[in-house]
Write a protein that binds this ligand. Sequence first.
Ligand code: CA
Length: 478
Amino acid sequence: MKLPLFLVCAVAACIIPPPTSAAQQRPNILFVLADDMGWSDLGCYGADLHETPRIDAFAKESVRFTNAYAMSVCSPTRSTIMTGKHAARLHFTIWAEGAEQGGPKNRRLRDAESIWNLPLTETTIAKRLHDAGYLTALVGKWHLGDWQHYPEAHGFDINIGGTNWGAPQTFWWPYSGSGRFGDEYRYIPHLEFGKPGEYLTDRLTDEAMKVIDQASDKPFFLYLAHHSVHTPIEAKEDDVKHFDAKLRPEMHHQHGVYAAMMKNLDDNVGRILDHLKQRGLDKNTLVIFASDNGGYIGNDKASGRDMPVTSNAPLRSGKGSLYEGGIRVPLLIRWPGVTQSGTCDEPVILTDMFNTLLHAAGLPTEPNDGLDLSPLLQSPSSKLKREALFFHYPHYYATTTPVSAVRAGDWKLLEFFEDNHLELYNLLEDLSEQHDLAATMPDKAKELRDKLHVWRESVGAALPTPNPDFMVRKAKTN
Ligand SMILES: [Ca+2]
């Protein structure tokens, strides 16, 4: 049946709410995610060699979280930001290429099974914001699945550069080629037109600024996921010279090329903040800056230096590990008119971004594994109603064997799956996790282990299994 036009309009008027002043004031959201940046890599978190004046100035206008956590590697953190669900619940516990590899070598355990495509049945924060009228854009790294699971399939209107790959072949235009990842030819879509000497972090910032301009009168959600400061460690020569000249043996950080990469990222964070201001959008834009996991403490050939890329000291270990160096990350949030600038010591996790952003957009929060951090943004000294944070990495990496962990108050317990041994630390007294109290405080260790087991069961966490090949090999040796 065909309805008269006036009736169609009347029906539409009932369904589509007219824009309200509250809706018009919904903030834009700019989420800048660095890759593999360690907790102590920024000046405002204690770095010495590195120079990050723009991010440090931004931190002074933000809530600076000192106890913010991520998962210990790339894709799990990105999946939890997108869904508000813990990576263990999603069974997205390792990065895509790692999940594909499988095949344990001479290891005591077989990795737990992990997905490597973010299921299309999951509703991402981008989809929620898109449906609420936001222009949604991913610029940079995606790393949540193959082409059928790219950002476009997960609520993003715009995808510039997002693929299944976790790192570029190179930070220099045309950013493509093979060799670094075996014979695999890697490229970054939509960045084909450029010029020699162009550097990836500069280019992604240019693209992000165009997205801001494109949004016009729509609010935008811009997820600017830089590849920097992930390997390959490559930087501009003049910057490298500057940091090499500045290096002193007593410095906490020692890698001049990495320091130069940090400087360039800082410059680019400054550029996009300046762009917001020039466009008159800074007062109505919620800006988040974070990293997806702890700093990478292995070497990188591309840098030409045979030394660890960074150090997370005073935290122990780095990317991959569930010691603090692998999971504690910088987190800064600025929302003019809402945030009180200051330091927040309350433990939070990037899983919390989902509900925090829903709340910011005036949407109802949802029951999931994260909380809405708005109370902390309004009052950094307030507390959340949360007993503990949990971590689950049932895989191997250069820094770890399969492990789970829980942080409750100042206490931290790790359970290693190879031999089920426990380690207990008091982070208030022992931030560097050097004094294992599991043997001297067995009751506390048991209490936290029980809590960890209940949580693992509640999320259906996948566990590693004994590796029969390991036993066979051992028997032959004997
Ligand atoms: Ca990462």
